[in-house]
Design a protein around this ligand. Structure first.
Ligand SMILES: NC(=O)c1ccc[n+]([C@@H]2O[C@H](COP(=O)([O-])OP(=O)(O)OC[C@H]3O[C@@H](n4cnc5c(N)ncnc54)[C@H](OP(=O)(O)O)[C@@H]3O)[C@@H](O)[C@H]2O)c1
Length: 318
């Protein structure tokens, strides 16, 4: 059993059947795969913020010994920071990082994928697992770019930095049962994960959970401003709102499958203050504004996918 972050992320995170929108990996399959799961040597290509979040989760949950984790990054200061903070190996050479690694996590920026692919093509063992966190880069681009079939594409989010992330992931058919379980363990080391069986869900996840923290920050910011407008000092309003957000999230999580509207109704007395606030929100088309915002993110995600399509962006030689 993996060690978990203290409250508020305290629900058990034992590997579980993925609640995919279509099709699910069964518990039996997960259990059968458990024996086959192992990490061996783990490499991260790119040592930025998300790499730090994921590698911190891996190290603190002891999925691999720090000596079996290597991070490559072109920036010497970043390498020094990662090496000192996590006690992992570091290198400036992606080829050295990938050499002998059983799982390679691509945490570089999407625009650097073409050069990373050209460095690593043909240098990754066909048995190794490739895990991408690069936003908007299709698994087929990794498959073609690296000439590799065992590819998992993920969409994490920033709360991964406090091991409270939500990562949605898709595995290509070449990924083994043991590697599916290893992926769950990897992703659960920095939050929760949801496996989907169709890659289109990755764009939707980008719009919902990937960009999601920004929506909550915006709502929190609006509430703090409203508090100031009423007369609270800003620091007091800020503390009230942060704790209300945190407590509400924990409460919702611990309420399990209880529909969110029931939780909301429970605190909406007839003719009361909350009912008045909710009426004003409805009158201002709050739900439609939120829905339109998420749809805009989805459309933008699809457009960015096209712009990162390496094939489409190939220019004929002059
Ligand atoms: N941040 C998020 O919330 C989030 C959420 C979901 C997905 N993602 C994805 O996660 C990936 C990393 O994002 P991030 O926010 O962690 O970015 P980041 O902090 O900029 O990290 C990327 C790191 O890769 C390094 N790098 C540049 N060229 C490289 C190369 N050729 N080989 C290896 N490493 C190279 C960069 O070094 P330099 O700084 O010197 O260029 C940088 O340290 C991106 O693909 C992003 O789409 C991010």
């Amino acid at each position: 059993m993996m060690r978990r972050a203290a409250w508020p992320m305290r629900r058990a995170a034992a590997p579980r059947a993925a609640a995919a929108p279509q099709g699910r990996t069964t518990r039996a399959a997960s259990a059968a795969a458990a024996a086959a799961s192992s990490f061996g040597r783990l490499a991260f290509v790119g040592g930025g913020k998300m790499s730090e979040a994921a590698a911190s989760g891996v190290v603190s949950n002891k999925l691999v010994a720090p000596n079996d984790l290597i991070v490559s990054d072109p920036n010497p200061r970043r390498r020094q920071y990662m090496g000192e903070k996590l006690g992992v190996k570091v290198t400036g050479c992606n080829v050295e990082a990938a050499d002998g690694a059983s799982t390679i996590v691509f945490a570089n920026k999407p625009q650097h994928c073409p050069s990373v692919f050209s460095q690593l093509r043909g240098r990754i063992s066909q048995d190794s697992l490739v895990v991408s966190i690069c936003a908007g880069v299709a698994s087929s681009q990794f498959q073609e770019g690296l000439d590799h079939n065992r590819v998992v594409r993920t969409m994490p989010n920033t709360p991964a930095m406090v091991q409270g992330g939500m990562t949605v992931w898709y595995a290509m058919p070449g990924v083994s049962e043991g590697q599916l379980l290893a992926t769950k363990q990897l992703l659960q080391s920095f939050g929760k994960e949801e496996q989907v069986t169709h890659e289109d869900y990755l764009d939707m996840a980008t719009a919902l959970s990937g960009s999601g923290p920004a929506y909550f920050f915006l709502l929190m910011e609006c509430l703090v401003d409203a508090g100031v407008h009423m007369g609270f000092p800003r620091d007091v309003a800020d503390r009230l709102v942060r704790q209300t957000a945190l407590g509400t999230a924990v409460y919702a999580e611990q309420a399990g499958g209880t529909h969110l509207s029931i939780l909301r109704n429970d605190i909406t007395s007839p003719g009361g203050t909350t009912a008045a606030a909710l009426y004003a929100a409805d009158r201002g088309n709050f739900r439609t504004v939120v829905s339109d915002a998420v749809w805009s993110a989805l459309e933008r995600s699809k457009a960015l996918n096209d712009s990162t399509d390496l094939k489409k962006n190939q220019r004929p030689a002059p």
